[in-house]
Design a protein around this ligand. Structure first.
Ligand SMILES: [Zn+2]
Length: 184
């Protein structure tokens, strides 16, 4: 749980180093996810529940950033492949936009907010390149710290303008415009 300045995990995350190899799965994805929420969720939070992917998508994306940095690209690629496989198994999500407002209580925390949101950010990183992507992230966090966000504010518009071609291609892939249309 990503309480501001104090992430709390379950006792499952505390393992005797000697016993770690006996566990099938490590706790790195959970720890890196919750740590990422200190920035995406706590420092900057969403305007409303419909934009929850800005918290969960970024935190999920950061899981694979950690995996890539600590275990290497192959492990991160495998994790992304696994996330994709899980998403494709959830057919009910196919026609739902990432940003939406027609949900029952807590339904917004779905595979679109997490796995697909993480994938969309990974695609954006690939399209923009490392430097532009991380410069954009830094800008997003600096300008919006302590505020509630959706993805349409003035600073996002300025950044999108600077990377118009990529952003247009990305938008045309459907996710932002379709999300807005469906949320009206
Ligand atoms: Zn989360």
């Amino acid at each position: 749980m990503e309480n501001s300045s104090a992430t709390t995990n379950t006792a499952e995350s505390l393992r005797n180093p000697k016993l770690v190899p006996e566990y099938e799965q490590n706790e790195d994805p959970l720890i890196s996810h919750e740590l990422a929420h200190q920035w995406f969720g706590d420092l900057v939070t969403t305007k409303d529940w419909g934009n929850i992917w800005l918290n969960e998508g970024f935190a999920t994306f950061m899981e694979t950033v950690w995996a890539e940095s600590h275990f290497g690209k192959d492990t991160a690629d495998y994790d992304r492949w696994e996330a994709t496989r899980q998403w494709f198994a959830m057919r009910s999500l196919y026609d739902k936009p990432i940003v939406r407002y027609n949900f029952e209580e807590s339904e917004e925390f779905d595979g679109n907010a997490y796995g697909k949101g993480g994938w969309v950010l990974y695609m954006l990183r690939r399209q923009l390149g490392e430097d532009a992507f991380y410069a954009g992230l830094k800008h997003y966090l600096e300008v919006n710290r302590g505020k509630k966000r959706d993805d349409t504010g003035p600073s996002q518009r300025r950044w999108k303008k600077r990377h118009t071609q990529t952003w247009t291609r990305f938008s045309n892939s459907g996710f932002t415009e379709r999300a807005r249309r469906n949320s009206r």
